[in-house]
Design a protein around this ligand. Structure first.
Ligand code: B12
Length: 463
């Protein structure tokens, strides 16, 4: 069977989306699994290519990992059905698994739940034989009789079919670094933060150590390890660092995502990994500035962990980017707490996102009835989805003030930007300047307000 796998276009209103363009790794794993089963595969990354191509495929698979991509994914599914009437359309990826109901319309025939490397070839084989689809695990089908919705596991021995995106490689970037490669050493997270749905899937699933080392050996010099929680579990991490060192694997730059408490309790793991890259950056979700707010988010970590992690990373020579979530229910004092912590941490790179009830999270369940904004395209962690406690204008003024006090302001923080520009080439410097230009929109209160759902008119005006 001939498969066409599509990564939809991204509709980015705010944020650094265009500067963090990461390869569609999920589709590359599906591509590898499908080829192993004897099928033909083409991947088109519609962030970088135009059109669906000329050859009619036997079926089409769409990846939807972000809820904000749901409207674009549905529009693409409709376009596919129009172009090739009768073609079978599947959608998968994190956002589809977390909220399969969003894809209940006629344009989608099957929604993949969880990892697809086992389930997708099984469904395709059933399609090929004209057999019943209902017995295939890991899907929700449009015709919903007697299904086995339970997701299947990842295939830890599989290597992604990276050649399928070779034509797009130069378009994959992290800020000024390009091309970059994405690697996954394990999937999932054992924590249960209220605002995140990743930990609620099937816990943590590691990839085979030898296969991961081979993957590291074959990709380029700039690598984004997309694991939900890197340096976890500790013993396996230490083993991976040892295996990479034993094969003399060296990279120019590595970026990984992790937690403050994981780092603080695993200093020796960090030390073991440090020689892997000339420059090693860590992205942390620090989330909040007080233990009370952290406990409300069920982060299971403390501000003490945040401060200790930053100190440790500095000592060991890791770069730190810290992200904080700004709750629409915050008062002025919460912003003051945030700025006080930032003054103590003195981070070079900081990000702020609006605490957003993403489908599949406990926070979504608790806040669903408040949602004034129903357009999934605005579930991008920059829009508010109901009227904030301080009112939208004041809320965004304080959010903008948070950005301004930190790294992205061209005025306040130009000194820090200069350190970013140091030692990089002309092409990279131009890309960085583009980032600086684009981020100025993050500091424009009216840009947020003009793109936010219409205010509820006071009853007297509405009459
Ligand atoms: C890499 C990544 C990114 C990259 C982009 C990746 C890309 N290719 O587009 C970057 C860094 C740019 C990014 C940005 C953001 N991200 Co992001 N990202 C991830 C991350 C860490 C890994 C995704 C990945 O590659 N996984 C590895 C591959 C192998 O897995 P996979 O894609 O899930 O594929 C498997 C299955 O899903 C399935 N499958 C996949 N496709 C298909 C298709 C079919 C047809 C089928 C049947 C099955 C199937 O099989 C695959 C193999 O097992 C995930 C975390 C996660 N666990 O998903 C967050 C995640 C998807 N991101 C998230 C968020 C919130 C964001 C941001 C909004 C954050 C922000 N502060 O702005 C932005 C949005 C940017 C934008 N404007 O578009 C959330 C999404 C929550 C939600 N409901 O929307 C996640 C889940 C993180 C989290 N902990 O909450 N992200």
């Amino acid at each position: 069977m001939r498969a066409l796998l599509l990564r939809p276009r991204a509709r980015e209103r705010f944020g650094l989306g265009p500067f963090f363009r990461v390869e569609p790794l999920g589709l590359e794993y599906l591509g590898a699994a499908l080829r192993r089963a004897g099928h033909q595969v083409e991947i088109r990354d519609l962030r970088l290519a135009r059109g669906l191509g000329s050859r009619r495929p036997d079926w089409v698979g769409l990846s939807c990992i972000h809820t904000l991509d749901v409207p674009e994914t549905l529009a693409l599914a409709r376009q596919v059905k129009q172009r090739w009437p009768g073609v079978f359309v599947m959608v998968g990826g994190h956002a589809a698994s977390a909220d399969p109901d969003a894809f209940a319309g006629p344009e989608v025939d099957a929604v993949g739940l969880g990892p697809g490397e086992h389930s997708v070839p099984l469904l395709v084989s059933a399609l090929e034989r004209g057999a019943a689809l209902a017995g295939v695990p890991g899907f929700r089908l449009r015709a919903r009789e007697a299904q086995r919705e339970h997701p299947t596991d990842i295939d830890p021995k599989l290597l992604p079919a990276r050649d399928l995106v070779a034509g797009f490689r130069t378009g994959y970037r992290c800020v000024h670094r390009s091309p970059i490669w994405a690697i996954e050493t394990g999937r999932g997270c054992p924590f249960r933060c209220a605002f995140c749905a990743v930990g609620r899937a099937d816990g943590y699933q590691p990839r085979d150590l030898g296969v991961v080392v081979r993957d590291f050996e074959t990709v380029g010099g700039d690598v984004f390890v997309i694991d939900d929680l890197f340096f976890y579990p500790r013993d396996r991490s230490r083993e991976l660092a040892g295996a990479l060192a034993a094969r003399s694997v060296k990279k120019r730059w590595v970026l990984a995502q992790t937690r403050a408490d994981t780092v603080v309790r695993g200093a020796e793991v960090l030390e073991a990994f440090r020689p892997l890259a000339e420059r090693f950056d860590l992205f942390f979700g620090f989330e909040a500035a007080t233990d009370r707010r952290l406990a409300e988010l069920r982060k299971d970590a403390t501000v003490g962990d945040t401060e200790a992690a930053v100190r440790l990373c500095r000592d060991l020579g890791f770069g730190v980017t810290g992200n904080f979530v700004i709750d629409p229910d915050w008062g002025e004092a919460d912003f003051e707490d945030l700025w006080a912590l930032l003054d103590r941490l003195r981070l070079d790179r900081v990000g702020f996102t609006v605490l957003t009830p993403l489908p599949g999270t406990d926070y979504h369940q608790s806040q669903q009835s408040r949602l004034a904004e129903k357009d999934f395209a605005r579930f991008d962690m920059h829009h508010v989805l109901w009227e904030p406690r301080l009112g939208r204008r004041r809320f965004y003024e304080l959010m903008v003030e948070s950005w301004k006090r930190n790294v992205l302001s061209s005025g306040n923080a130009s000194r820090r930007w200069l350190t970013w520009f140091r030692g990089i080439g002309v092409r990279e410097a131009l890309a960085l300047a583009g980032v600086l230009y684009r981020t100025q929109r993050l500091m424009n209160v009216d840009a947020y307000l003009s793109d936010t759902f219409p205010p509820e008119l006071p009853a007297v005006l509405a009459e």
